[in-house]
Design a protein around this ligand. Structure first.
Ligand code: ZN
Length: 493
């Protein structure tokens, strides 16, 4: 490491420390912090976020990056760190300080306004706030846009590079055509599946024990991670020696079981990143889409398969006790794999899930690119649910207000959920050519599967883009066909 790079690394350390502090506050807010702390924590986060911005565009940072760039002989990793720093500096410096601060403040209260409106099932109470957020996001995107680049493409780019509206229109177009009719057929076939035993009254202690058992079985390392409870399950990553996941215990045990597997998938990714990338700009997953690829791969493709459950079902059923104990594995699998289109994305089954995402993508595009008025959104939302999923929300809470994302200013985020599922299916088809996945699962050899994804995906952190990782792992560019094939094979039966 050269002198100049050492200087850069020292400034990067400060940036990473601020990021870790923000992540920890957010984690605390969702898990342990008392209700009254919320507003004050939000202020602290806003202040830290401002400090982070100032640090990233400081003369110190600029000087350190420039000094590195003027010398030669950098490693590939160092080069990538400088690239990430450069992009982050560009992103942060194009927004005027005053607007950045104002938006941080707005963001801190917006989720509260959204939560209240959702509780009262009244979109009108959130609509003015949403209008302001959309204005900010469009303005910020216009500062960042390259010549001729459309605003929604700028937003998409910040979550998933190389997947613009053009690529996503094609992707979602294929999905819509294949999945809407498949869903109608599969729904009829699943109508008789009895899943009542999943919502029986199981003791909390049993649910906690099963969650811990599953996390460990899939590969979560409790020496480098924590499992806690929050309203909505999520993963927080400080670095590859401290990854925190949450779950929730509610009416249905499958909700918690598969959330744990999902978040463990996210955690394995972060835990598997190479040591030389720890606490650097590259020490996190390649993109939102690649992250969802890992979580949804373990949750659905692996976690809902017969082979996964064969060696452990007896043990898990034993933990829960009756009535699960008397339910044969086949009935359990039918229940956790049935498709029943509903209104809520986070509770959606594997088949209808992408249609929930498609609806959000179409609405975001209308909002950002076609200037559709915010007031029209509830009706547009409801119509689309009726058209694609055959269900219609009865109120705003189960319709337009259900997701937190827009209140946080996240536009362009949703497509990564569907892309991730599709990445996962592409990798799965390729893996099957290289190993007998079913046999490995039946033998409980998840270590072999983990080693494979670690070698091909996890270790690189943000060193490569998701498109590059996909191409290097599977030998071909991204294609939606594997995902459609996977769902057709599974639900066409
Ligand atoms: Zn996830």
């Amino acid at each position: 490491m050269s002198r100049a790079f050492e200087r850069f690394a020292a400034v990067m350390d400060k940036g990473m420390a601020l990021q870790a502090a923000m992540a920890l506050f957010e984690w605390d807010n969702e898990t342990l912090a008392p209700e009254e702390a919320n507003e004050y924590t939000a202020r602290a986060i806003a202040s830290l976020s401002e400090q982070y911005r100032e640090m990233m565009i400081s003369e110190e940072m600029k000087g350190a990056v420039a000094a590195c760039r003027s010398e030669g002989g950098r490693s590939e990793t160092e080069e990538a760190m400088l690239r990430e720093a450069g992009e982050e500096m560009e992103r942060l410096s194009c927004i005027p300080a005053g607007e950045y601060r104002e938006f941080a403040k707005l963001r801190a209260i917006a989720t509260g306004v959204w939560a209240k409106a959702k509780k009262e099932q009244d979109f009108r109470k959130f609509a003015p706030m949403l209008e302001t957020i959309v204005e900010y996001q469009k303005r910020f995107a216009s500062y960042q846009a390259r010549e001729g680049q459309r605003l929604y493409d700028v937003m998409l780019d910040s979550y998933e590079k190389d997947f613009s509206m053009e690529a996503l229109d094609a992707f979602f177009g294929e999905l819509k055509e294949a999945l809407v009719p498949l869903l109608r057929r599969a729904q009829k076939a699943c109508a008789d599946v009895d899943s009542r035993f999943l919502s029986a009254d199981y003791p909390l202690k049993a649910q906690e024990e099963a969650a811990r058992f599953l996390a460990e079985y899939v590969g979560f390392d409790f020496h480098r991670g924590v499992l806690a409870v929050s309203a909505h399950p999520f993963t927080t990553n400080l670095h590859n020696h401290d990854v925190r996941i949450t779950t929730h215990y509610g009416k249905r045990i499958d909700s918690s079981l598969f959330s744990v597997i999902h978040e463990t998938g996210h955690a394995l990714y972060e835990l598997g990143i190479r040591e030389d990338l720890t606490q650097t700009f590259l020490g996190q997953g390649a993109s939102m889409g690649m992250h969802e690829c890992q979580s949804r791969f373990f949750e659905n493709i692996i976690g809902r398969s017969r082979a996964f459950w064969e060696p452990i079902y007896g043990r898990v059923a034993e933990i829960f006790g009756e009535p699960l104990k008397s339910v044969p594995l086949d009935r359990f699998l039918a229940a956790v794999n049935r498709t029943a289109p509903g209104l809520i994305r986070t509770e959606a089954d594997e088949l209808s899930y992408s249609l929930h995402v498609l609806i959000r993508y179409e609405i975001e595009k209308m909002l950002i690119e076609e200037n559709v008025p915010v007031a029209d959104l509830p009706e547009i939302w409801n119509q689309k649910y009726e058209e694609y999923l055959g269900v219609r929300p009865q109120n705003d809470a189960e319709g337009i207000l259900q997701d937190i994302h827009w209140s946080q200013g996240s536009f362009g985020y949703f497509p990564s959920y569907a892309l991730g599922s599709a990445f996962g299916a592409q990798i799965y088809f390729h893996m099957k050519k290289e190993m007998d996945l079913d046999r490995l699962l039946r033998e409980g050899r998840l270590d072999v599967i983990r080693a494979y994804v670690r070698e091909h995906i996890h270790q690189y952190g943000k060193l490569k883009t998701s498109r590059e990782l996909l191409k290097e792992t599977t030998g071909e560019d991204f294609s939606a066909k594997y995902y459609i094939q996977y769902l057709t094979d599974k639900y066409g039966r």
